[in-house]
Ligand binder design. Structure first.
Ligand code: HEC
Length: 119
């Protein structure tokens, strides 16, 4: 009797674990753009406007949706890898890993194309 109950509990544990891992997978599968949005939110949003509207909290920091007007977004990838310092007196240097850069650029590009339509 006791052992059966134990088994059941273990089965429940395994089931719960599978459910949790399953949702972790789903999260990992979220699009690059969403990941990039989170990175921007955590690292950049206190100075830059990172969305499709609103002005930057720090007036001198260009809203991300306008970066594309200045240069091709892909040109940023090197700067991000080395740590952006250019033009960022007030900004702490960042050094991102390639997957994060890819996500951030995907997000910036998604902004650009949308604001293109708005204009
Ligand atoms: C502490 C404030 C601050 C944070 C945080 C910040 N920035 Fe900036 N950023 C600035 C300012 C100020 C400028 C404008 C500098 C200038 O034009 O001289 C700027 C400019 C830029 C530019 C344009 C540079 C150019 O030459 O036109 C890019 C690209 C940029 N930031 C990317 C980012 C990214 C990506 C993040 C997050 C990973 C970030 N910034 C976080 C303050 C910040």
């Amino acid at each position: 009797m006791k052992t059966i109950r134990k088994h059941r509990r273990r089965a429940l544990c395994i089931l719960l674990t599978l459910i949790c891992y399953g949702s972790a997978d789903a999260r990992a599968a979220e699009s690059l753009v969403d990941t990039g949005h989170l990175i921007a939110l955590e690292n950049c949003s206190r100075c830059h406007a990172i969305g499709r509207s609103a002005e930057s909290p720090l007036a001198e920091a260009p809203p991300f949706r306008r970066l594309r007007d200045r240069y091709p977004i892909d040109d940023l990838s090197e700067a991000l890898a080395e740590g952006i310092v250019v033009g960022h007196k007030e900004m702490p240097p960042f050094a991102f890993e390639p997957p994060q850069i890819e996500a951030l650029l995907a997000y910036l590009k998604s902004l650009g194309s949308r604001s293109d339509k708005v204009r």
